[in-house]
Ligand binder design. Sequence first.
Ligand SMILES: [Zn+2]
Length: 501
Amino acid sequence: MKQCAVVTLIALICLTASACSDRGSSTNPTGAVRDELLTDSETMMDWIAEITAQGIRRPGYAADDWTEQWAAARFREYGLEDVTLDPIDVKRFEPLSCVLEVWHPETPSDRTTIPCFPAPFTAAGEIEGDLAFATFQGDEDLSGRIAVNRDPLLVLPQTIFTAFATWYHDPTNEVPTHVQTLPFGARLNGALEPALEEGAIGYVGILTMPWETDRYYVPYDAVERMIPAVWLSPGNGARLEEFVAGRPARARLAVASTLAAAISHNVTGALRGASDEWVIIGSHHDGPWASAVEDASGIALVLAQARYWSRVPARERPFNLLFLLNGGHMSGGAGLHHFVDTHADFLADEVVVEIHLEHAAREARGVDGALVPTDKPEWRWWFTSFIPPLEELVADTICRESLERSLIMPPEGFPPGSEHPPTDAAFFHPLAPIVSFLTAPVYLFDEADTIDKVHEPSLEPLTRATVRIVEGLRGQTAAGLHAQTYVPPRAAAIPPCPPRG
Ligand SMILES: [Zn+2]
């Protein structure tokens, strides 16, 4: 009874005394997720459907401009402060048409025409030359010729990824037998480089997707490679190889596309909290196609955070929160570069963690030449700074939310030699501590990234996980976390998830 009276008294005083607002940090001491404030997965799927319904969302396209405005309107609706569209320069590439015509010089009337897809940021125009099947394995003189190359996607046993991982959660023991196909070949965005170096006048890349497609929006680093370069679907690649059959062949490659400068925007909005320091929660708003996973799903995850935290009283938010939707991801990461360039001191001094959320993806596999979604989430990579309490918090969060197929990945060294994670959070590291969530499903850069590829059952757990990470850092500071950065190897292993029960 006495206790109740004291609580009531404090509550009454707090109604009138502004000093009570400083009591915020004790109001959610366990960092519990407030379920009643969460956005349900159905609503997030509705957002994703609305975004993808706008069409192809590349930088400079109307659908991406619409998405910026739509996201900013949601931020304002939730009461975020300083909602801003910060302009960035991007390159707008639009593939229009593509034809590859092939014949044998000794029988020129015997021809075949093969459909193709223009590789982004390559030249438009029409060329004619001898075809040269290239392996890029040694000296190959490709000067004046059209290089043809099979660029197989990376197909890697899961044990390769766990060898890089700081920690992983695999409750059903799939790691020893699982094989993952990545959406990249071994040369990543540099697929065309050897052909250019050897003087080829054109490039024909034969794709090895486990389904029939040539809609591969790679490379997207916005580097202009000024030869006509195209992708062939696996089936059309086989047709080409069959037609040529080792005999001398000549080809005409006709590509129509446009490349123009455009303006896109980074969309930001803020919520003030009980600390002077900041947590950034970000993703990117553009994509290679209408792209549900890449990254309408990331937009939905960021919006769910903005909505959640907007419903938490300011004094109970552990930090100031900045919500960030980068533009120009498919134009060399223009929005990421711009944000880091213009906020370097802020990132280094005032940001406790930058959490990036990309690709709530469903795993999909090729079955008899078709791409078929499975019931499973794609393997989840959590690129996390080498800061023990941050790593332990991410591991604990993964355990609590039962996020199977999760790997804590290093912020550098994956892929080997890289100084940054291969994500839209790349250059936040090492300025700010990062947790960069990303999956890499095989269809990521393809038109097949439709809404059925979103792993809906992951949306709420990922939302709860992000809240847990923010809450779990309550009381930490940017300087305090930076000071705990270690150089690998880690002193002690992160404990595994406790047995369920
Ligand atoms: Zn993405």
